[in-house]
Design a protein. Structure first.
Length: 201
């Protein structure tokens, strides 16, 4: 929802709306949520699936993109409705949220997310060991191979080492899927991409 809201209003104006024009923000978010729910219902009922992708992007490298109060008032009810719909169809929720979102994780888990992506562990508070220890019994982790430093600038051995570390750290969690933290960047050497998959094998 925030992504489409930002595309409609522009990032700067969208964030200003949350404080200066909450009524407008709520009206726009309600419309986006209604479209999301209708489309999701059609996908799940008419097509069928076992996993639904949900993306919010609520974090920066250092903190949340908005205050907890704004999240709870303006976004959480809509996200919760979508998750409830998905679960009512017996489908799991694959949730994407960039950045430093650790303080938000208990609420996202309470709302019902099943898989967390992309696990940007270089962000503040997102240390892998802490995530696995505190949330591993309730989440499947998807990602965790750093695409900001290790994949583009490390050696193949750096990549292989990180894959092994991630498997060791998240191995006792509910589940772990080895992938890059996010999209592979254009400056990622092919040798490092191959090293990632060779290390998994």
């Amino acid at each position: 929802m925030p992504d489409r809201y930002c595309r409609l209003r522009g990032m700067e104006q969208a964030l200003q709306d949350l404080l200066a024009g909450p009524a407008l923000a709520e009206a726009i978010l309600e419309h986006i949520a209604a479209c999301d729910l209708a489309l999701t219902r059609r996908i799940l009922v008419d097509v069928g699936d076992s996993l639904l992708f949900s993306a919010e992007d609520l974090g920066t490298q250092e903190s949340w993109l908005m205050s907890p109060t704004l999240f709870r008032c303006l976004l959480k009810p809509h996200v919760a409705r979508l998750i409830d719909l998905v679960h009512s169809c017996g489908v799991k929720v694959f949730h994407h949220d960039d950045g430093a979102i650790r303080p938000l994780l208990p609420e996202l888990i309470e709302m019902g997310i099943d898989l967390l992506n992309p696990v940007q562990w270089r962000c503040r508070g997102m240390e892998r060991e802490g995530l696995a220890r505190d949330f591993g019994d309730r989440l499947v982790f998807h990602g965790g191979v750093d695409n900001q430093y290790t994949l583009p600038f490390g050696t193949p051995e750096d990549v292989r080492r990180q894959v092994r570390e991630n498997i060791a750290i998240f191995g006792a969690a509910r589940g772990y899927i080895v992938t890059p933290c996010h999209n592979l960047q254009p400056n990622t050497p092919t040798a490092n991409v191959l090293a990632l998959y060779e290390a998994v094998n």
